[in-house]
Design a protein around this ligand. Structure first.
Ligand code: LUZ
Ligand code: MOS
Length: 767
């Protein structure tokens, strides 16, 4: 399909190459793959209760039901019954004990989805209940941990607090978030010859699925091929948790020698998959007379759910981002990974960073309220500058924190915004506006150094067309468009000549998941390496063909071969023909490993990030104080993209991130009952931002900077950082409430739902 590409040769389209197919319904997702003859359908039978010992399972009636082919239990697993990615603490199918509602116990395989569904009520399990814990602090008190607690520190907080002019202590709670990717989880698998298996999956981590499927089936990895065309959204929810469905269908395919498909129903997906981690935290912040933060201490209680999943890495990023965009010379931050009886929580855009940032923003806000100043006076006084040291030892270089802050204040006229808001509030008894600033500093790289590498495979075909494979998974973020730009730019050819292939473990092996905002950087750099190898061979071929000396300089500009600055008679297609007929290798494998980064977990010090992405937002909200309903009026952002390689895609990522962050902070309310059952398990009970609730105005200004060498084409990573601007919406609303009811006592407890707003507006407790 080329109709969505501009016809003007050599133009660099910045439009997402999937756009036309998406809006016309032609893009393929797992559920769109035409099924093969004999395809069976899998469905999980999950635990009806959140914690207990399995006494008995009776599926004899289900097994006999119409259309049911097999019911798979843990004893059918030929390899290891283990899917834990970081810590081996999660069985694919529960054997003796269950730890959360919906935890998979059996897989029903039937001739149709309906037959599988109809068999569910025919299964009975007897489970002896055990106590259920859903609160991380309760888990902490009982000593239920998923992984080791960690502390990052610099300076000496105890000494520093003694020297502070002001010290404030408080608590902050932040809830989780449902990913709500448009495409639910799913996978389709079929047996190949010699017991090999191919899996089409909606996963951000094809290699993770391959590795785990091999482990569960008792296979070497090369027997499993995972192929991903694209995802209808991932947001971290498919970094690790796409694995189990893929493994289940592979297991069923292997046992039954049939194609097997499983695409989750929306409510099933919401109920049994993990989410962003809720956190509880205690904080203490100390300031000097100029509002400089001298000391900051925080303890985080991470609600990890029932298995580790990615929680250790998520918790690590909470600590990395615990001081957000601020410098503090004395910091001690500790985090506990608490085990509860909820579905295992997992990666979600920002990966623990946003939760860490919410807590220091709460601490700053509380300090400001008690000092009767604006929070942004404290924020501004502490922005990161070059030479500052993070609590984990990395030294700040090329900080854009102050530039972004100054630019957004100047460009959108902070002083006027403030005076307009106070005029408005004086003149409107029942409508109140609020404003907050939200600076963001987000570290780019997987915090696990080992994961920061990627590979790419490029073929130039004899007609001059190009096929590109990388480890990057397209999930709507536009990475395929960026990969296309990389190859087109390096070869000097039109984008229409290049095809981005599916992400496939047989073509590109040992991939890191598409995550950590790093996909375009890592895979783009690997792709650049592969393209450059071929380009260098082509330059040599051109010199021979044109009888030029070795020292001649060859470029390919707009598909024409240019030698020492002069057009030659040779074009791309002709050069490829010459190379092909003279037996030049027209394929290459590229590799990239991020330089410099390292981290020593025994000391909790190092240089974990390749670079940082900075920005500052001003968020203005308005509350209807009779009803408690609100709107986010505007979000003004100055963001450091470096040299953006694709402004349309980067803008889309920024706007999407802002809206998703605002949703998390204001309206999306995950609710579990004490039995560990998700109450907000449908779109009627879990509210996500819609067209009516997005900010009325979003302005994103691109800060004029060069960008770091380690970003692809110096274009900074953009996936996660903008989400954190949404945190400002929480404080903006809080300020609007206080404009109406200055004595309201409002706990730092996100999200700020309309119910909470209404209660705070009429709160009568004296602070
Ligand atoms: N995934 C991961 C991530 O495995 N490590 C990370 O550091 C990370 N950061 C953000 C999002 N996903
Ligand atoms: Mo992620 S939170 O899969 O970058």
């Amino acid at each position: 399909m080329t109709e969505n590409r501009p016809n003007t040769v050599f133009s660099m389209t910045s439009k997402n190459i999937d756009a036309a197919n998406h809006v016309t319904g032609r893009s393929l997702f797992v559920d769109d793959i035409p099924v093969r003859k004999g395809t069976l359908y899998a469905k999980v039978f999950g635990s009806p209760i959140a914690h207990g010992i399995i006494k008995n399972i009776d599926f004899s009636n289900a097994e006999k039901a119409d259309g049911v082919v097999k019911i798979i239990t843990a004893t059918d697993i030929p390899g290891e019954n283990q899917i834990g990615g970081i810590i081996p603490d999660e069985p694919l199918l529960a054997e003796k004990e269950v730890h959360f509602q919906g935890q998979p116990i059996l897989i029903i395989v039937a001739k149709s989805e309906h037959a599988a569904e109809d068999a569910l009520p025919l299964i009975s399990v007897e489970i002896n209940p055990l106590p259920i814990i859903t609160d991380p602090q309760e888990a902490f008190k009982k000593g239920h941990f998923l992984h080791a607690s960690r502390t990052f520190k610099i300076g000496n907080v105890d000494e520093a607090f003694k020297k502070c002019k002001y010290v404030f202590e408080g608590k902050a709670d932040v809830n989780g978030q449902e990913h709500l990717y448009l495409e639910t989880q799913g996978a389709y698998s079929y047996p190949l010859e010699n017991e090999n298996i191919k899996i089409n999956s909606s996963t951000q981590g094809p290699t993770a699925l391959q590795r785990t499927a091999a482990k569960v089936l008792g296979f070497p990895m090369h027997k499993i091929e995972v192929d991903v065309t694209r995802l209808g959204g991932g947001f971290g929810g498919k970094e690790d948790q796409a694995t189990s469905w893929g493994v289940m269908v592979a297991l069923a395919s292997h046992l039954l020698k049939r194609p097997v498909k499983y695409v989750l129903h929306r409510m099933e997906d919401m109920r049994i998959t993990g989410k962003r981690h809720p956190y509880s935290a205690d904080f203490k912040i100390g300031l000097d007379k100029n509002y400089k933060i001298l000391a900051y201490e925080a303890t985080f209680y991470q609600n990890g759910g029932a298995a580790a999943d990615l929680s250790p890495a998520v918790m690590e990023r909470t600590l990395f981002h615990a001081t957000n965009s601020y410098f503090a010379p004395n910091v001690k931050v500790t985090a506990h990974g608490c085990k509860t009886n909820l579905p295992p929580n997992t990666a979600f855009r920002g990966f623990g960073g946003p939760q860490g940032m919410f807590v220091i923003e709460s601490a700053i806000d509380q300090a400001a309220k008690e000092l009767d100043i604006d929070a942004h006076q404290i924020q501004q006084a502490n922005l990161l500058q070059d030479g500052d040291e993070f609590p984990y030892g990395q030294i700040v270089q090329d900080s854009e924190a102050v530039n972004c802050w100054n630019e957004v204040s100047r460009k959108y006229n902070l002083e006027k915004i403030k005076s307009d808001i106070s005029d408005f509030n004086e003149n409107n008894p029942s409508l109140k506006k609020g404003m907050a600033m939200m600076p963001v500093c987000f570290g780019i790289s997987f915090t696990n150094t080992m994961m920061n590498n990627a590979r790419a495979l490029v073929h130039v075909y004899s007609d001059g067309s190009v096929g590109v494979s990388t480890g990057a998974v397209e999930m709507g973020q536009g990475v395929n468009t960026k990969m296309l730009q990389v190859a087109a730019k390096i070869f000097g050819i039109d984008q229409n000549r290049i095809k981005i292939e599916t992400t496939n473990t047989t073509r590109v092996a040992n991939t890191s998941p598409s995550a950590a905002s790093s996909t375009a950087d890592l895979n783009g750099k690997a792709l650049a390496d592969a393209c450059c190898q071929i380009l260098n061979r082509l330059k040599k071929t051109a010199k021979q063909n044109l009888r030029l000396s070795d020292s001649a300089s060859i470029e390919i500009i707009n598909e024409r071969i240019v030698a020492d600055g002069n057009q030659t008679g040779l074009n791309w297609e002709q050069l490829i023909q010459v190379a092909f007929t003279t037996r030049v290798n027209l394929s290459a494998k590229g590799h990239y490993a991020t330089p410099i980064i390292h981290f020593d977990k025994t000391k909790e010090k190092g240089h974990p990030f390749s670079y940082y992405t900075y920005g500052t937002a001003i968020i203005i909200s308005i509350i209807d104080c009779i009803r408690g309903i609100y709107e986010i009026e505007s979000v003004h952002v100055v963001h450091d993209f470096g040299t953006s390689m694709n402004r349309d895609i980067d803008l889309g990522q920024t706007e999407g991130g802002i809206v998703q962050g605002i949703g998390w902070m204001t309206m999306e309310e995950l609710l579990y009952n004490d039995e560990g059952r998700l109450l907000s398990n449908a779109l009627s009970t879990y509210k996500v931002p819609d067209i009516y609730s997005v900010p009325k105005e979003i302005n994103v200004h691109f800060l004029n900077t060069d960008g770091p060498e380690d970003a692809i084409f110096k274009s900074k990573a953009v996936g996660e950082p903008p989400l954190m601007y949404g945190i400002g919406a929480y404080f903006s609303l809080r300020n609007a409430i206080l404009a109406y009811n200055p004595n309201a006592v409002i706990p730092y407890d996100a999200p700020m739902t309309p119910e909470k707003v209404l209660m705070a507006l009429y709160d009568k407790s004296e602070s």
